[in-house]
Design a protein around this ligand. Structure first.
Ligand SMILES: [Zn+2]
Length: 122
């Protein structure tokens, strides 16, 4: 995991996919509530300061959240864990398909055995 420090007041514009000069504006100018302190109702440890930014290059605007950097570490950790779970789930599905085929064959063999046993009893 790596972080890259960047100086200056330029910000990453998600539309331009590059670092440009961005103006900070009140969220109300984007039609959002002007309240700047927010928290998640079900996760009250997640509290952030909301800002609205406007890219002076392309004019697009978006909301940003200032919050403890540890949440970014958690996000990256969760993304990695989720990717691992997805990869493993695909392997398990493939293996389970194979196992299911094997069980069908076993079941067929057992049917043959039962038929043989039934025959012997007579
Ligand atoms: Zn832009």
């Amino acid at each position: 995991m790596g972080r890259v420090a960047q100086g200056g007041t330029k910000k990453w514009c998600p539309t331009c996919q590059s670092i440009n000069v961005c103006a900070a504006v009140n969220p109300s100018s984007l039609g959002e509530e002007s309240e700047q302190r927010w928290y998640q109702k079900d996760h009250t440890d997640i509290q952030w300061f909301r800002r609205a930014l406007v890219c002076l290059e392309c004019g697009s605007s978006w909301l940003t959240a200032e919050l403890p950097e540890s949440f970014l570490d958690e996000l990256v950790e969760l993304r990695d864990a989720l990717r691992e779970i997805k990869e493993n789930a695909e392997i398990y599905v493939n293996e389970s398909d194979k196992a299911s085929e094997t069980l069908k064959k076993l079941s067929a063999s057992l049917s043959v055995l039962r038929a043989l046993n039934a025959y012997k009893k007579e």
